[in-house]
Design a protein around this ligand. Structure first.
Ligand SMILES: NC(=O)c1ccc[n+]([C@@H]2O[C@H](COP(=O)([O-])OP(=O)(O)OC[C@H]3O[C@@H](n4cnc5c(N)ncnc54)[C@H](O)[C@@H]3O)[C@@H](O)[C@H]2O)c1
Ligand SMILES: O[C@H]1[C@H](O)[C@@H](O)[C@H](O)[C@@H](O)[C@H]1O
Length: 336
């Protein structure tokens, strides 16, 4: 069966996901596109999906009879209304992170999906599909003993002017928040944020870098550096210190060169390249489940847990250096 897909939000990642569905993956076809900037949807139709209909609104696209499943890749603050509409229409929905920009919004999605009685939503936490993280998890589960400390870094070369201090949490750290819950099979109990002096390349509304310390229920301490003006590349680092040994996230494959009297390799500069294979696998998974009218992979509950945690981390930014405690409600049976 070919799943007929509608894409809402045809900017950077919407365009890239449309490309992979049309040109890389099997079992899906783009039949609908929508963006508040209509020219962007028209351009994706022209370049990637010539048979697709461009809809005036995301709601019209969701309601269209020939759209079987929906990709929500618009700005974060607009995700909730589209995901709720997809659930109301009974259509599988892949939603990029964040599921919603507030914990209350994510909870409304959980409640709607639970009321529907079946999974329809997959959240775009693609790191769970990354070969390196999957290999790291195997080692953490079986080789290095119980985890004690995680040292991590999430570095972007640069960010736009519109990226402000809280976005370091809900736009960037949100990946670590989800992937460490999954990697350690643990929940967070507190968050603390420390600010070193800001780097020279940042702007007045962004304190950069930041160090976020999350403590888990089992007592593991996770220190993550968020540095979004690091300049040199797109760099994701993670090292888990266990009772018996240490495990590091593998570096992306890179050719080593002996050049100009130095030993060197290039570092990637774009998230699209760093996680290209993970995006392919997560969306292939989505197409496979959507063909059966359901969803798999990271759940609305995972999206909600990430939102609760990221709200606490933003409060911890404001409390600068003070610990903010985190607690979660019970998980509904649908997600256990
Ligand atoms: N998983 C990842 O690694 C990853 C990578 C990049 C972006 N993202 C997420 O994907 C989403 C989009 O990010 P992007 O980088 O593509 O941003 P972008 O600004 O390049 O594209 C977003 C698009 O959404 C459109 N849009 C905004 N509001 C809309 C609305 N109400 N209805 C329809 N379209 C609307 C904009 O016009 C724009 O074309 C964000 O939530 C972002 O966090 C995830
Ligand atoms: O939306 C992007 C994307 O999620 C990237 O994976 C992350 O590294 C960036 O910080 C974020 O702005």
């Amino acid at each position: 069966m070919t799943v007929r897909i509608g894409v809402i939000g045809t900017g950077a990642i919407g365009r890239d996901h449309a490309r992979r569905i049309e040109k890389v993956l099997s079992g899906g076809k783009i039949v609908g596109l929508s963006d508040v900037n209509r020219a962007s949807a028209e351009a994706v139709r022209a370049d990637i999906a010539p048979d697709a209909v461009v809809y005036g609104t995301g709601q019209e696209l969701i309601a269209a009879g020939d759209v079987d499943a929906v990709l929500v890749t618009s700005w974060g603050a607009t995700h909730e209304e589209y995901v709720l509409a997809a659930i109301a229409a009974g259509k599988p929905c892949f939603c990029e992170k964040p599921l919603a920009t507030t914990a209350e919004g994510a909870k409304r999605i959980v409640d709607a999906e639970v009321a529907h009685g079946m999974r329809l939503v997959q959240v775009g936490f693609m790191r769970r599909y990354d070969e390196g993280y999957v290999a790291l998890k195997k080692v953490v589960d079986s080789r290095i003993g119980a985890p004690i400390i995680v040292h991590a870094a999430h570095r972007n070369p640069t960010v736009p002017q519109a990226y402000v201090t809280p976005m370091a949490i809900h736009d960037t750290l949100i990946h670590e928040i989800d992937v460490f819950r999954w990697l350690l099979e643990d929940d967070y109990v507190s968050a603390r944020v420390t600010f070193p002096r800001s780097c020279a390349r940042t702007h007045a509304k962004l304190r950069d870098p930041q160090i976020v310390t999350l403590t888990t229920a089992k007592g593991t301490v996770i220190n993550t550096e968020i540095f979004v003006n690091c300049h040199y590349g797109y760099d994701i680092q993670c090292e888990v210190v266990g009772e018996d040994g240490i495990a590091r996230l593998p570096e992306p494959v890179a050719v080593q060169m002996r050049l100009n009297a130095s030993l060197q390799n290039d570092i990637l500069t774009d998230w699209k390249d760093r996680f290209v294979a993970s995006y392919d696998v997560e969306l292939q998974d989505f197409l496979r489940a959507a063909a059966k009218g359901t969803a798999t992979g990271p759940t609305s509950w995972d999206g909600y847990m990430a939102a609760v945690t990221s709200d606490a981390c933003v409060a911890a930014q404001e409390a600068e250096g003070e610990a903010v405690s985190i607690s979660y409600p019970d998980c509904p049976a649908l997600y256990r």
